[in-house]
Design a protein around this ligand. Structure first.
Ligand SMILES: [Zn+2]
Length: 282
């Protein structure tokens, strides 16, 4: 899809399944299960949406999905299909991973950073060796100093190879990474989570939320994942983003949505925020 100076393509890095209770926080199953269905292990299916963006002489990839390194046991737990990883999806579209200039990740949990590295006979190597991997400095610090509450989400195989190859570009706060491409702090899910914005040069903005609002259902303010480290910070990040999204008519993109992956904000008859005009980013 054309978005001003940029050509934008949504690529699903592969579906996986997460516990429906954990995904909806304090919202009881009697409510969320009317809106999304789950399997007999209580798991809901999610996408790991990545955004491939080309424009102004550069190639960008937002998020990298689960990647292709999970052993059989984890693949079963999370229902991961490895043959759908973002590297394969890019190659299938004729895009060489070597040609990516920037990898922009909202945070370093495995379902966002797993596609950065691949397994070799002797260890791990970068999938996008030429790219600057842009992340908030605080997020990288928290990832390498994980604690009991978030340790399962940060995998060394997704972190060490990036640092060893000096491929990280650690930033502080809101930064214009490249003309028209910004990272915006949206704390809550992690303390230094960021969302990614593309400004088309004609007053229009596309926002990739990341896990601050992972699906269209999470547009509703109380729908906040139990994984979030600071729920009230997430609530405030959401409130702030939704006000701007409404007044400035941002094109919104969801990282884990399998159905309505992108569109414009509207409200239903009960004043719940919804996507009222969906947009295909093929
Ligand atoms: Zn996630």
């Amino acid at each position: 899809m054309r978005f001003g100076d940029f050509e934008v393509t949504l690529i699903n890095g592969g579906n996986f399944r997460l516990d429906g209770g954990a995904m909806h926080g304090v919202v009881p199953k009697t409510i969320w299960n009317r809106l999304v269905s789950c399997d007999d292990h209580n798991r809901v299916e999610y996408a790991t949406n990545c955004l491939y963006v080309e424009g102004r002489g550069k190639r960008f990839l937002v998020e990298t999905g689960n990647g292709s390194k999970f052993p059989e046991k984890e693949r079963e737990i999370y229902g991961i299909a490895q043959d759908e990883c973002v590297e394969m999806q890019l190659r299938a579209r004729g895009i060489d991973p070597l040609s990516i200039d920037y990898v922009l990740m909202t945070h370093l949990h495995f379902d966002h950073s797993g596609g950065c590295t691949r397994r070799t006979s002797s260890g791990f190597e970068l999938v996008f060796p030429r790219a600057r991997h842009v992340i908030q400095r605080g997020e990288y610090h928290d990832a390498v100093h994980a604690h009991e509450r978030n340790r399962a989400s940060y995998l060394e195989e997704n972190l060490t190879p990036l640092a060893a190859a000096h491929a990280l570009e650690l930033v502080d706060g809101e930064v214009e990474v490249s003309p028209g491409v910004r990272v915006l702090p949206t704390p809550g899910h992690t303390a230094h989570h960021q969302s990614i914005a593309f400004d088309d040069g004609h007053g229009q903005r596309l926002l990739f939320f990341g896990d601050v609002i992972p699906t269209a259902l999470h547009l509703r303010l109380p729908f906040i994942m139990a994984y979030d480290l600071d729920v009230v910070a997430t609530l405030e990040s959401k409130r702030r983003l939704l006000e701007k999204a409404k007044s400035e008519k941002w094109l919104l993109v969801f990282g884990h949505e399998t159905e309505t992956q992108a569109g414009y904000l509207g409200f239903d008859g009960k004043n719940n925020p919804i996507i009222s005009e969906s947009v295909s980013l093929d």
